[in-house]
Design a protein around this ligand. Sequence first.
Ligand code: UDP
Ligand code: MG
Length: 154
Amino acid sequence: METTLVLLKPSCVQRQLIGQIVNRFERRGLLIVGMKMMQLDDAILREHYSHLVDRPFFPLLAQSMKASPIVAMAIRGVEAVQVVRGMTGFTNGRRADPGTIRGDYAMSNQQNIVHASDSPENAAIELARFFRPEEIFEYRHALTDFLYSQDEVI
Ligand code: UDP
Ligand code: MG
């Protein structure tokens, strides 16, 4: 099983879409193993978006991510990183495929509803950035046997 980080951005929280987005992950069969509301600050945003701090849009990105609390989620499943990225869709909501979260809810390249880790390595780093170890729970989905075949779950 893999665990990935999802952030429900202020564009999700403010538009009161938290429930709809959480429902998509649950419906897919992914397990929520951590979830909390947080107010982000510049320090965590400069770290989280370190690959973008020198880009001209970074100040607006930071402002958009501080505009309200966010919801941080730790989401678990087989190949969860890739599955969740697929559900998230292309960065720019205008170009994201219908059926993806961004393709169904976003019209913006910046106000695009969710963040999702892009690799297992980054997922581990990002989960440690947003969650203390005790905030991520070890438990089994009661329907695991009906979500996966026995040889898919390790
Ligand atoms: N972003 C932006 N303008 C851009 C590219 C990205 O405002 O031209 C924002 C957008 O909110 C995006 C975030 O920066 O989700 C992180 O960018 P990244 O390229 O990592 O995209 P993602 O992994 O979120 O699809
Ligand atoms: Mg990214």
